[in-house]
Design a protein. Structure first.
Lengths: 191, 94
């Protein structure tokens, strides 16, 4: 009889994955793929690239699970956020950002709203996205981890392998820049 | 612009729809690659094939599948693949 992996912690799953247990890997993917896809998507602003990065990260995990050293007292998710952000950073270096809003972003707007409302939201969404994508990569990562992934500052600093103070400075700068640029770009256009 | 307004704008970006087949694709691709490697290991370690021969067979098999083999040959390939799957699943090759 197969163990019920859904009840196991991430670290126990990782131990099973080292032994190449398929079901443990499947459980870990089902448990976390959405969250890491979300991060990759926010950093790359492209569904296809975000899918590739998420797939690549999990593939590396399956083929080399020992690269996660649970004895280092680091949470699996913290370590994997680091893997995904590093892959995204490499990807951003290789590739200029694509035009904003692809299929998924459009889907987000597909609820029952009027055409005018849809256009207004799309424009608003594009404007926010454009300004976030214009931030330096480290500021983007810090903002995404703290605001969207809802990590504490300490956890985000650990993911980025930087000091807490540095993380706080990155978030502060990101927010300040956004306040200024959104204001200049008509960020106070209220819907 | 104040913090509250910025937070509101940022939160409008929050919802993201994960592609529905993402998890399945990740699992399928990672495990198929592993299975393919296992088949190559069997051919090398158990049947004594040279790595270059195994690579050539893998390429040929990939090409054959990609170029639509006639039905009877495809069945043979599928049967061979299922044969290896059974061996791997049962761990008999060790």
């Amino acid at each position: 009889m197969q163990p019920d992996y859904t009840t196991y912690s991430d670290n126990v799953l990782m131990e099973a994955i080292v032994l190449q247990h398929h079901l443990a890997f499947s459980e870990l993917v089902n448990r976390h793929s959405s969250r890491f896809f979300g991060l990759a998507y926010r950093l790359l602003n492209n569904v296809a690239d975000a899918e590739d990065i998420t797939q690549d990260a999990f593939s590396k995990l399956w083929h080399n699970p020992r690269s996660y050293n649970a004895n280092k007292n680091i949470k699996f998710t913290t370590w994997f956020y680091r893997v995904v952000t590093n892959l995204c950073t490499d990807q951003k270096r290789k590739k200029k950002p694509l035009p904003l809003l692809d299929a998924t972003s459009e889907n987000l707007m597909s609820t029952e709203i009027s055409a005018d409302e849809h256009v207004a939201r799309t424009q608003q969404h594009e404007r926010i996205e454009r300004h976030i994508q214009a931030l330096p990569t480290k500021q983007q990562i810090a903002l995404n981890l703290c605001f969207y992934e809802e990590l504490t500052n300490a956890e985000a600093a650990e993911v980025m392998n930087i000091k807490l103070k540095t993380l706080q400075t990155l978030v502060f700068r990101a927010r300040n820049t956004l306040k200024q640029t959104l204001q200049l770009d008509g960020g106070n256009h209220e819907r | 612009m104040n913090d509250e307004k910025l937070d509101r704008l940022l939160s409008e970006r929050k919802a993201i729809e994960t592609p529905p087949h993402l998890a399945n694709n990740i699992i399928h691709n990672a495990l198929s690659a592993a299975k393919s490697n296992s088949i190559q290991n069997i051919l090398c370690d158990v049947l004594g094939f040279k790595p270059a021969v195994v690579m050539a067979l893998t390429l040929l098999l990939g090409l054959a599948i990609g170029t639509n083999l006639p039905q009877e040959e495809l069945q043979t390939t599928t049967a061979l693949s299922e044969f290896y799957d059974d061996i791997i699943d049962e761990g008999n090759y060790l």
